[in-house]
Design a protein around this ligand. Structure first.
Ligand SMILES: *Cc1c(COP(=O)(O)O)cnc(C)c1O
Length: 378
């Protein structure tokens, strides 16, 4: 193997993307809307079984619009998973609201029903329930949706499902992203499929998606002249990007299979080494294994993830720590946090490592990653 870098997760075209982009050129449907956008939305609807979808310029834009339509405003509280990428939480700040972070459980690595219930009880006592709950499906593993939805339903608070990393995953046979009032997908460059940058907001409530489309196009009223009654954004996906999305949707199931194959190779190679454990896949769920993630137990292995990351980087192998939890971020140091008895999110951050999960990686390249891992773990 030469000096070719092995990536964590990079864009992987299926082959038909250029055809759809060319179509946009041929019809001069370069911007902003057109057939590719409509077809891309249709594909995501039929793939997930959701009734309505609106293509956007990013996943972050989707979370922003969802929270806005749920009425989140200055002074409101929004509960949000702590163990996530910051894009889950930033839109709460855009709207002037205050995030309250919720710990993970160790079975799903996602929002803990126990910690969520604690937070609801505390804020009920204060007489200020949250306006929304943002639930993340980390690295492709679905959160415990039955338990979490039951709690949110009891308090009558709407859920925004951040499925940016979990397109193609399933929870009890149902597609990830379809559980909340709104679901959000991301097509950023490192995600399981990409439009070079983009996102989608989905819902079974067609009215809400109509409103999302209006918000995403500067909230223009139905009038011959330019008239606006509420704040809007410029968040629509371009017809060029949507062309890439159309081709990518055709290979999504293949990508899920490939990601799972990559994960299984790692899991098998490490199964007899004490102290290295795979991120779980809960019973009755399908984990898309967007990234292959493992934890390095500090009592069994005398090495920390940061040292492994440094070692593999010498061989041009890209690895990453697990997301730094939001409650540990300087930006959110004044925000409340509800954990289980132990701070699980912090523990997963300190012990977790994301291994190369690039579907363009050859089996030989992956074996060299495994060999370097075995070397460094000795
Ligand atoms: C990537 C990501 C987002 C944001 O998506 P963008 O399209 O990059 O704006 C949101 N949440 C999570 C958990 C993500 O990983």
């Amino acid at each position: 193997m030469g000096n070719q870098k092995i990536h964590l997760s990079s864009p992987h075209m299926g082959g038909t993307e250029e055809k759809y982009v060319q179509e946009a050129f041929d019809t001069n449907w370069i911007a902003p809307l057109g057939n590719n956008v409509n077809e891309f939305e249709k594909q995501v609807k039929s793939y997930t079984g959701i009734r309505a979808a609106c293509a956007l310029s990013s996943g972050t834009a989707g979370i922003h619009i969802a929270l806005d339509l749920l009425g989140v405003k200055q002074g409101d509280i929004v509960f949000c998973s702590s163990l996530t990428f910051i894009a889950s939480a930033n839109p709460i700040l855009y709207l002037g609201a205050e995030p309250v972070f919720i710990d993970s459980d160790l079975e799903s690595w996602n929002m803990s029903p126990i910690a969520l219930e604690k937070a609801f009880k505390a804020y009920e006592k204060k007489g200020q329930l949250p306006k929304a709950v943002v639930i993340v499906n980390l690295y492709g593993q679905s959160a415990k949706m039955d338990e979490l939805m039951a709690i949110c339903d009891k308090y009558e608070v709407a859920v925004v499902e951040d499925a940016a990393e979990s397109l193609g995953s399933k929870y009890k046979g149902r597609m990830s992203g379809t559980f909340g009032k709104f679901g959000i997908f991301s097509f950023n460059g490192n995600k399981i499929i990409t439009t070079s940058g983009g996102g989608m907001i989905i819902s079974d409530d067609k009215e809400l998606i109509k409103k999302s489309l209006k918000k995403a196009t500067q909230s223009r009223d139905q009038a011959k002249h330019y008239q606006h009654s509420e704040v809007g954004y410029n968040y629509r996906l371009s017809n060029i990007s949507a062309g890439i999305g159309r081709g990518q949707m055709e290979v999504l199931n293949q990508r899920v299979e490939q990601k799972r194959t990559i994960f299984n190779r790692y899991a098998k190679a490490f199964e007899n080494i004490g102290g290295i454990e795979p991120m779980p896949e809960m019973e009755n769920t399908l984990h898309n294994r967007w990234l292959s993630v493992f934890t390095i137990g500090s009592s069994e292995l005398d090495i920390r993830p940061s040292e492994i990351i440094e070692y593999l980087a010498k061989f041009h192998i890209e690895t990453r720590p697990v997301w730094k939890p939001m409650h540990m971020q300087p930006l959110f140091e004044d925000c409340a946090y509800f954990s289980e008895d132990e701070d699980n999110a912090k523990c997963l951050f300190e012990n977790g490592i994301c291994l190369p999960s690039d579907t363009k990686m050859t089996e030989g390249e992956q074996i060299s990653v495994i060999n370097r891992m075995l070397e460094v773990l000795k």
